[in-house]
Design a protein around this ligand. Structure first.
Ligand code: SF4
Length: 307
């Protein structure tokens, strides 16, 4: 029998990480300042829990995406680095601590997200409401993006977020319809679309995101973008999926920057107000640019007229 050599490993062949995904290391005083505030206020960030490749850049610029309702999620999405299990009891002081940290960071724009808390009757929407209100009270000039769970589509819970009035409400579709069961095990593609539609009907500025590299086709990406537009989504982000650990879904391919540029173009043609598309784009990346209507579209039209 022929001996198995290293190159004939039984491991499936994985695509090699391309150069365009190399990221900058965390540096500088701002980074240390954010680190210190997060630790002293006993807060969680999706930047750390989600192994975000842009953490150095964002923290270095003095911004972070806070993750409320603890750091243990009741769901177990195949791509996500956040721990799954039985979450700790709800911490009713957390809204105030988040508000204070944002105040001390002196940021003009903040992003808040949460784990899913399917075991709580209100899905965590009351803590969400309290957090948005506390942040607004202490930081009157700070704009806020809230990246929310689907709350199992329950309108009463979604309404609480609308009532708290953050500037942007986002809910990520994450992947195409065919792969949703595999990628977001406890979620439903159509239910997420309904959530986004409901938010838009209530006049919220809405946002959603897709990851590339999980096995989707180009046509499926475009169809998902069209579905999001039909649900009234204003802002869309498209980025490359990176496997956080060997236990997570593998990367099927690394989409080339040119492909991301094509989706950007297609997105504006479909009528999105802002399209953020690139290998390192994550949901919260450059999110301060997504608050006000017209900026992305104007920039794209100016680029078009130049060419
Ligand atoms: S619901 Fe959100 S935090 Fe929970 S596992 Fe899925 S992506 Fe991660």
């Amino acid at each position: 029998m022929k001996e198995l050599t290293v190159t004939e490993s039984s491991e499936p062949q994985r695509p090699k990480k391309p150069d365009w995904l190399r990221v900058k290391l965390p540096i500088g005083e701002s980074y240390k300042n954010v680190r210190n505030l997060v630790d002293t206020h006993k807060l969680h960030t999706i930047c750390e829990s989600g192994n975000c490749p842009n953490m150095g850049e964002c923290w270095g610029a003095g911004t972070a995406t806070f993750m409320i309702l603890g750091n243990i999620c009741t769901r177990s999405c195949g791509f996500c680095a956040v721990a799954t299990g039985k979450p700790e009891a709800v911490d009713w002081d957390e809204p105030q601590r988040v508000a204070e940290a944002i105040h001390l960071m002196k940021v003009k724009h903040a992003v808040i997200t949460s784990v899913d808390r399917d075991e709580i009757k209100d899905g965590g929407s009351v803590i969400w409401y309290n957090t948005i209100k506390a942040v607004k009270l202490l930081n009157a000039d700070t704009t806020l993006e809230t990246l929310i769970p689907d709350f199992k589509g329950e309108k009463e819970n979604l309404q609480r977020i609308i009532d708290a009035a953050p500037e942007v409400i986002s809910h990520n579709i994450e992947t195409v319809e065919r792969l949703t069961r595999q990628v977001r095990i406890q979620a439903k593609y159509r239910r997420s679309m309904e959530v986004l539609k409901f938010l838009k009907e209530k006049n919220a500025r809405t946002k959603s995101g897709i990851m590339l590299g999980l096995g989707e086709t180009r046509e499926e990406v475009l169809q998902t973008m069209r579905d999001l537009r039909e649900s009234g989504v204003d802002v869309i982000t498209l980025g490359q999926y990176l496997q956080p650990t060997r236990n997570h879904l593998p990367v099927m391919r690394f989409a080339h920057p040119d492909e991301f540029a094509e989706y950007r173009q297609a997105g504006y043609e479909m009528g999105f107000d802002y399209v953020e598309s690139g290998p390192l784009v994550r949901s919260s990346y450059h999110s301060e640019r997504h608050v006000f209507a017209g900026i992305g579209k104007q920039q794209w039209e100016a680029e078009k007229n130049k060419n």
